[in-house]
Ligand binder design. Sequence first.
Ligand SMILES: [Zn+2]
Length: 425
Amino acid sequence: MKAAVFHLCFVATVAWAGAARLGAALSVEERAIVDWLAPRREEMTALLEQAVKIDSPSENIAGVRAMGARFATELEALGLTARWVDLPVESGRAGHLFAERKGARGKRVLMIGHLDTVLPGGKFVRNGDTARGSGVNDIKGGDVVLIYALKALQANGALADTQIIVAMTGDEESIGSPLELSRRSLLEVGKRSDVALAFEGGIPGEATVARRGSSSWQLEITAVTGHSSGVFSAALGSGAIYEAARILEGFHVELRKLPGLTANAGLMAGGAEASEDGFALNARGKTNIIPAKAIVKGDLRAVSPEQVKEAEAVMRGVVAQNRPRAQPVVTFEHRYPPMAADARHLGVLALYDAASRDLGLGAVVANDPAKRGAGDCAFVAPYCAVLDGLGPYGSGAHAERETVELNSLVAQATRTAVLLYRLTR
Ligand SMILES: [Zn+2]
């Protein structure tokens, strides 16, 4: 069924010239932009293949830099000035690509992609109308859509005097620490833009005006230890593992009352001793010793900044009801902020929806934030009207079998190009 939708989209895009009704709402300039993009599927696929063959998981500094250099060449050819922003070596991340053209016409637009992937890759497998490889959909396909929307305007003289910044971070999938430093440049360009368009993978008929944030939490419990025969007593209490179980059950009951929020308990260890070692937790103990230590690590995804605070308060409340002889402490680390749907974002969605309808490509509505992971666009949401999910359609992002529907490259670039044209008049 999905394939049928893409096929129709593509046919509608290339066939608009023969259908006066579809083109009626487009200006002459917009028709020229659409015409320029219509036959570009193979050209876009070729750039995508080159990009996917540059292996660039977040930790691969050389790969992410090479990806940045490749896209910088494309953007400079369009008259944008590219610059590389290094991150400190200690961050373990390569840095970011920014490219900018200065002008005063219409809205100041920020276009957001990224250079890194979750999984290593370097292989691109084409199979008819689809392709498979690490990053084909998240987000190298989206980067290609971004670049071709700009190319279509440039080819038709429509970039003149526009103010456009392209931001492609090198650590979107695994942000470099400290966060304040790794997102400083993105915030800076967000503050001097009006609208931010982000090119994470698209969903047919939908775009993103709200994303959940991403935080992590850690629970550490220390308890009185002793011979197991004394467990449950007033003197020895019940140990760190029972206390962890109590708290987790409390989180499970209370946090599920917050609409749209999820909190995963992802990793746990408890015993006479428990310690952390990177992504691992180690525990030692015996069944006849009351456990002195327990550690639990988890994540938290909330729909709004207010909900993050509410969840934190709920969790601290559960933790505070500790049983005798156990001392639990919960700590939080907030990574991606949530982006709540508001009138500014819905305004850009309305323009995008109108562009899609005018193209004969159907309506576009807001998707459910629960379907989306966290994203870079949330950092600039306080300053810009944001629309995300403008990349191509596909499946299996962050998984071995990530695929992209190649026809959707053209359809999505066409929607973005018309939106960009209208924003910058
Ligand atoms: Zn992504």
